[in-house]
Design a protein around this ligand. Sequence first.
Ligand code: KG4
Ligand code: ZN
Length: 338
Amino acid sequence: MNILAVESSCDETAVAIVRDGRQVLTDCIASQVPLHRIYGGVVPEIASRKHMEAIYALADQALAETGMVRKDLDAVAVTYAPGLIGAVLVGVNFAKGVALSTGMPLIPVHHIRGHIAANYIAYPELKPPFLCLVVSGGHTMIVHVKDYTQMEILGTTLDDAAGECFDKVARVLDMPYPGGAALDKTAQSGDDTKYTLPRSRPGENPYNMSFSGLKTAALNLIHHAEQVGEIVDIPGLCASFSAAVSDTLVPRVVMAMEKTGLKKIAVAGGVAANSRIRRDMTQAVEKLGGTLYMPPLSLCGDNAAMIGAQAYYEFLAGHTADMTLNAYATKSILGEAL
Ligand code: KG4
Ligand code: ZN
């Protein structure tokens, strides 16, 4: 089954063609990142307009790259939530137009389910059940993936997402948007014991976590140093900060592995590209005799291939939509596709 998949929830316009959920025939991306960089973050109105400008050409490019014509496609899939509402709407309306004009089924995909499904592309042997640490710009949670379309959230951030914190600290350190990757690179030459930063303590639900205290502590440290004329050891701060984020995430995943007895662990989302988190997860999962699945960096960030992968399983579960499909800024990863 060849699925034309569309992703436009944030600052990447992407169109892919994915066969049977696992084989990526083409994965086309038009990144808006350089455009938003001058503003230090995504400007939603600009994002929507740029998606509109790029999406048709990208779909044509996807067909041209695979040598396919419209009748070679079996369905159209689209991220319908969550994201910047105007941006998501562009993809949803485009996909509805394609479905209406071709008569193909329309498959709505939750963006975070897509991130998890990036692992199906990278690891053709991976099947649920498994645990997934989801770490992106807007979400941070530990998910029990019971089946391809059946999930349980074991724990979630109670405030900021990990990616948001990386970006905020990076911004104050004058790193270009989105700062997570730049902060990660700088951290690699730093001493992770240079600064003492707080780790969120387990609350009522031990899998839940918090990042706002850590973010505030890092920002206060930078501002205080500026005020008293002290020089911040930037690589040391980046390394200490990355260590604190990882120390918040990894022990909770270990606890979830021990509690559920699940030995297969996946990581998903833009922050899954973080070298400290990848290193600590590798060590922790190895120690427990588990198997770790981490998408290559190219599949960690937003892309349409992951939407096409998840769409296949949504389709098999009967989760298709009609022309009343809407876009949503927020939506739980649980529940059916609609
Ligand atoms: O999943 P994603 O592409 O978009 C959302 O769905 O939110 O995640 C983007 C986030 C940004 O906050 C970005 O700074 C962060 O992922 N990120 C990183 C790294 N690469 C991307 N954060 C830490 N270390 C990285 N290497
Ligand atoms: Zn994403």
